[in-house]
Ligand binder design. Structure first.
Ligand SMILES: O=C(O)CCC(=O)C(=O)O
Ligand SMILES: [Fe+2]
Length: 183
């Protein structure tokens, strides 16, 4: 199914805060694209990878649960593993944090196996202006729910973007599920 699926309340507000404070102590890396090149015209965000963070096991357990259920009920993809760490991104108004149109499937060994993308809104909608996650499943754009704790899932090949944040800051949690290439 080539569609966008959302799960309201996938994480409670308190759990969103806990994820935020888990990563708050970690040094942020400048966000990179699939293939590890830097291009600030496409993406401006700070990233923390959760597998570097002790005490994040419950986050991974929740992710596995959400993805397994959504895949069973909606996508029915051949998913085999989570080959990459979950990442928490921060998009700040001070440099108009954004991520231009892109597909998550890339040439790298891991990026080539991405099949399903899940993004969780960790920030409250009124913490920021702009910062909309938009996905293009067909000729028109679908805007993801801005509700805190809501998870948005879509096939990793679909074009999607995050519009520039013009006030405040937006945090998101992104995870990819991997499997044999689509054919
Ligand atoms: O932060 C988001 O909403 C999307 C992140 C994203 O598309 C990515 O990391 O590939
Ligand atoms: Fe993406």
């Amino acid at each position: 199914m080539l569609n966008v699926h959302s799960i309201p309340g996938a994480f409670s507000p308190d759990e969103c805060d806990r994820v935020r404070s888990l990563v708050a102590q970690q040094p942020a890396n400048d966000a990179r694209l699939v293939g590890l090149t830097r291009d600030h015209n496409i993406r401006r965000a700070d990233l923390v990878w959760l597998d570097d963070v002790p005490e994040a096991d419950w986050v991974m357990d929740r992710i596995i649960d959400l993805v397994r259920t959504a895949n069973r009920d909606v996508f029915d993809f051949d998913l085999r593993e989570f080959a990459e760490s979950p990442q928490v991104a921060r998009y700040g108004a001070e440099r108009e944090g954004h991520f231009g149109w892109h597909s998550d499937i890339g040439d790298g060994a891991l990026a080539a196996k991405r099949k399903l993308t899940m993004v969780v809104q960790l920030s409250a909608s009124d913490d920021y202006d702009g910062g909309d996650l938009e996905v293009m499943p067909s000729a028109h754009v679908v805007a993801a729910s801005r509700n805190r704790g809501c998870a948005t899932l879509f096939p990793s090949m679909l074009l999607h973007r995050v519009t520039p944040v013009t006030r405040g800051e937006r945090h998101s949690l992104t995870i990819w599920a991997h499997g044999p290439a689509f054919r």
